[in-house]
Design a protein around this ligand. Structure first.
Ligand code: NAD
Length: 513
């Protein structure tokens, strides 16, 4: 790690050997068990973080409630100005933060920097948004009446995030929620606790300089039991949860039981359809990057390639050839394409998937396996694998969070490919590779892809800040980031004002006293 400057990065981000994992600003405290953070890159202990107890959590929520009462009265553009300054700090600390993301989570340094860039982009977006947050006006049916709608700050937003985007998901939520006037309490993944502390350090400094009340950026740390403190707490009107479908089903029920709002960003099972009119070279780049980038640990990773029989062998050969060139190793070394999986449990899931696909009748095209020897001591480095499989296989129907790509054939036209693509329970990202206008438009039509994201001639993975991000079906239905995703962080109100001396009732009803 040292040759890549990790020690300096930790110092720049204000991290110590043992860190408190609870904060409402600059007041770090925590009385829970110690969580050790080991790097999947080299297996080394990076640092420790103390978890949040129930008592710590109470202090956080009451502080956030109090802070919200003041913060909601700040003009939104002034809140935007705080986010702008926070963004300046992100730009200044982009390299150390990107490096820590890479070292603690295992994605390539370039992708770590890309993740921080997403934080920067959403902050830029949020600053502009702080001067909008607009409602509509409508014409009233009653004479002398004006009707309009407005958006008010919602309250406390509870953010639960996954290990694979340890910093960006927090910013996607907070940058918007802060300009909307909310207080945010974040529980990051217990697998990446140090990146959470680093982010909170950055926010706390800027917030203190701007005299933002305590609690507007709060951090809590721990496993699902700490997450549950928020999901069951009716002082937290919105829970934004990113992670597995299994988690989403539990969180959705807990929040629904108290009639709270939830924003769910759950697993995907993303496919690329490759038609006879596809540009094969671009298809290979899109598919390989989508399947092996972040070691297959993106919610938008390409899991299935659905290829027309006419070009099947050509695509198969090209993808298999491309896999032979993939370099696996230390993700901080920019010569490598693929880093490690997050931990040994993830390695086990990957191995189980490869065994299952064979048991169900699949055929391995590119052999997987766990790498051993020098540079692979953490035990988390695996070979990206490809299997020929059928869509109905049980294992293909599930998201395996690792570099396993399933190749399948379709006959007929795009609607036959769409049956396969839509024939899973998840609905996050999808793509078609074609130069045929009719095929592309069919794919995007009402009878086309049923996913929240549908791309033409680019792969499934990655997204831009400007559009709303999220998926349908078991992916949870939530939308984050751009477009009008901000609305969920506010409470909506319809207002009717009578400026006459009479009181006419709606629908012409007479009520004379
Ligand atoms: P995970 O579900 O194991 O954990 C995610 C977070 O939820 C963690 O912070 C965890 O502590 C918390 N959690 C788990 N159970 C909980 C409960 N009952 N109550 C409250 N909190 C609980 O997921 P992971 O392994 O960290 O991440 C991988 C998964 O996340 C994949 O399925 C991936 O597709 C998904 N993901 C989705 C998106 C998206 O935007 N759709 C983005 C990133 C990751």
């Amino acid at each position: 790690a040292e040759e890549f400057g990790i020690k300096q990065a930790l110092k720049d981000l204000g991290l110590k050997d043992i860190n408190n994992g609870t904060s409402t600003g600059n007041d770090w405290f925590s009385n829970g068990d110690i969580i050790e953070s080991y790097s999947p890159v080299d297996g080394a202990l990076i640092g420790k973080v103390k978890a949040t107890t129930k008592e710590d959590y109470e202090k956080v929520v009451t502080t956030a409630e109090k802070g919200f009462k003041e913060w909601r009265t700040w003009p939104a553009p002034q809140r935007g100005e705080v986010v702008r300054q926070f963004n300046d700090e992100l730009r200044r600390l982009k390299e150390p933060l990107g490096k820590l993301v890479s070292y603690e989570m295992g994605k390539s340094y370039q992708e770590g920097l890309g993740e921080v860039q997403e934080m920067i982009d959403i902050c830029d977006f949020a600053v502009g948004l702080s001067r909008q947050l607009h409602g509509l006006t409508m014409h009233s049916e009653r004479p002398g009446h004006r009707m309009y709608e407005q958006y008010h700050p919602l309250g406390i937003v509870g953010i639960i995030s996954a290990f694979n985007f340890p910093v960006a998901v927090w910013a996607w939520n907070t940058a918007l929620a802060w300009v909307c006037g909310d207080a945010c309490i974040w529980k990051g993944s217990e697998k990446t606790p140090l990146t959470s502390v680093a982010c909170q350090n950055i926010a706390a400094k800027v917030f203190e300089e701007n005299k933002v009340p305590a609690g507007i950026s709060s951090l809590i740390t721990g496993d699902y039991t700490v997450g549950e403190m928020m999901t069951k707490d009716d002082r937290v009107p919105l829970i934004s949860a990113t992670g597995s479908i299994k988690m989403g089903k539990i969180v959705a029920q807990a929040v629904a039981a108290r009639l709270g709002k939830s924003l769910l960003e759950l697993g995907g099972n993303n496919a690329i359809i490759v038609t006879p009119d596809a540009n094969i070279k671009n298809t290979v780049i899109g598919a390989v990057f989508g399947a092996v980038g972040t070691c297959g640990q993106r919610c938008t990773s390409t899991r299935r390639l659905i290829v027309h029989e006419d070009v099947y062998d050509k695509v198969k050969d090209a993808v298999v050839k491309a896999y032979k060139q993939i370099k696996i190793g230390n993700p901080l070394d920019e010569n490598n394409h693929v880093g490690p999986l997050i931990d040994k449990d993830a390695v086990k899931n990957y191995q189980t998937a490869l065994k299952k696909v064979v048991d169900e009748g699949g055929k391995i095209l590119v052999e997987g396996g766990v790498l051993e020897g020098e540079g692979y001591e953490s035990g988390c480095y695996v070979k990206p694998a490809i299997a020929e499989a059928e869509n109905h296989f049980e294992i293909v129907q599930h998201e395996t969070f690792g570099p396993v790509l399933y190749l399948m054939k379709y006959k007929g036209d795009v609607s036959d490919a769409l049956k396969l693509q839509n024939g899973v329970k998840q609905g996050l990202s999808s793509a078609i590779m074609t130069n045929n206008l009719r095929e592309a438009e069919r794919f995007l039509s009402t009878e086309g892809s049923d996913c929240g994201i549908a791309n033409v001639n680019i792969g499934t993975s990655g997204a831009e800040i400007g559009g709303a991000f999220g998926g349908e079906k078991e992916t949870g239905g939530g939308r984050e980031s751009g477009s009008d995703a901000w609305k969920i962080y506010m409470r909506r109100q319809t207002n009717t004002i009578n400026y006459t001396t009479e009181l006419p009732l709606a629908q012409g009803i007479k009520f004379d006293l």
